[in-house]
Design a protein around this ligand. Structure first.
Ligand code: F6R
Length: 237
C-alpha cells in the first residue's frame, strides 16, 4: 500500500483531488467508484472548481456509488443520491444517465443487487474507486464479518454505524436499518483504489488496516492484498 501523509484535512482534499484529476485527464472513458460521507466532501468541492476552470470533464465518465440506504427516496436529504447530486453532479457535466447508485427503493432488493453488480462488471469494472472508512473498519457498508468474496448485497447496519451516521438525520430513529452496498469482492476488482482517512477517531482502525492481520473482522484489511491502493491520511501511524 502506498501511504501519503498530509498535514491536515485541507491538504488531504487537495491531494485526493489531484489524484482524481489525474485519472480524469488520463483515462478516455473512466469508470469511477465514489463514496459519500464527510471525508470526501472537500475533494468534491475542489473537483467542482477544477471543472469550472476547464481542467476536467466528467462527460465521458460512468460513476457508480458504493452504497445507498434502503427506504430513502432520492430527494431525501440524507440519501446518497441527494448527497451526490448536491455535492458534485449538479455542478459538473456528468449526465444523470451515467451516474448510478443502488436503488434502495427497489421492490426486489436482491434482484437490484444482482443488477447493480452486473452493471459494474459489464462496464468493465471500476478504474478508480474512492473509499472512506468507518471507525469499525467498514468500507462501503461492508460491516465487520462480511465475506471478502461478497458482491453487491443488502446489509443490516450495525448500531455503531447508525449512531455515527445519525448526524445526517433529525434523530437516530430515522436512520435506516438496512443499506445496499458493493461487496468487498466488487471493491477488490477495482483497478485503482484511493482510501481517504482523516481525523483522530480513525487512528486505531487505520493502524489495524495497515499493520494488522487480514481478517473479515476488519473489512478494510483486505486492501493489503490489492495491487494498487493509495491511502491519503492526516494521521501519523
Ligand atoms: C460512504 C461509505 C462509508 C464511509 C465511511 C466513512 O459512501 O461507503 O464507508 O466512507 O462510513 O464516513 P465519513 O467520511 O463520514 O467518516
Amino acid at each position: 500500500m502506498n501511504i501519503i501523509k498530509v498535514e491536515n484535512k485541507e491538504a488531504l482534499s487537495i491531494k485526493a483531488k489531484e489524484m482524481f484529476v489525474d485519472v480524469l485527464q488520463n483515462t478516455v472513458a473512466p469508470i469511477l467508484g465514489l463514496a459519500t460521507g464527510s471525508t470526501p466532501e472537500g475533494m468534491y468541492k475542489l473537483l467542482i472548481e477544477s471543472y469550472q476552470n476547464g481542467d476536467i470533464s466528467f462527460k465521458n465518465a460512468l460513476a457508480f456509488n458504493l452504497d445507498e440506504y434502503v427506504g430513502l427516496a432520492p430527494d431525501h436529504p440524507a440519501s446518497y443520491r441527494y448527497y451526490m447530486q448536491h455535492k458534485l453532479y449538479n455542478h459538473v457535466d456528468t449526465k444523470r444517465m451515467n451516474t448510478f447508485l443502488p436503488n434502495g427503493l427497489a421492490e426486489d432488493l436482491d434482484a437490484e443487487c444482482i443488477t447493480y453488480e452486473k452493471h459494474i462488471q459489464e462496464a468493465g469494472n471500476l478504474d478508480f474507486l474512492v473509499l472512506g472508512i468507518g471507525e469499525n473498519g467498514h468500507i462501503g457498508f461492508n460491516e465487520p464479518g462480511t465475506s471478502f468474496e461478497s458482491r453487491t448485497h443488502i446489509v443490516t447496519l450495525t448500531e455503531n454505524t447508525r449512531e455515527v451516521n445519525a448526524r445526517f438525520f433529525d434523530s437516530i430513529d430515522e436512520v435506516p436499518t438496512e443499506a445496499l452496498t458493493m461487496g468487498l469482492g466488487t471493491i477488490m476488482d477495482a483497478k485503482q483504489i484511493m482510501l481517504l482517512v482523516q481525523g483522530e477517531r480513525k487512528r486505531e482502525i487505520l493502524k489495524k488496516v495497515i499493520y494488522g492481520e487480514v481478517t473479515e473482522e476488519v473489512p478494510a484489511s483486505i486492501l493489503q492484498k490489492h495491487p494498487n491502493v493509495t491511502i491519503i491520511t492526516d494521521l501519523d501511524v
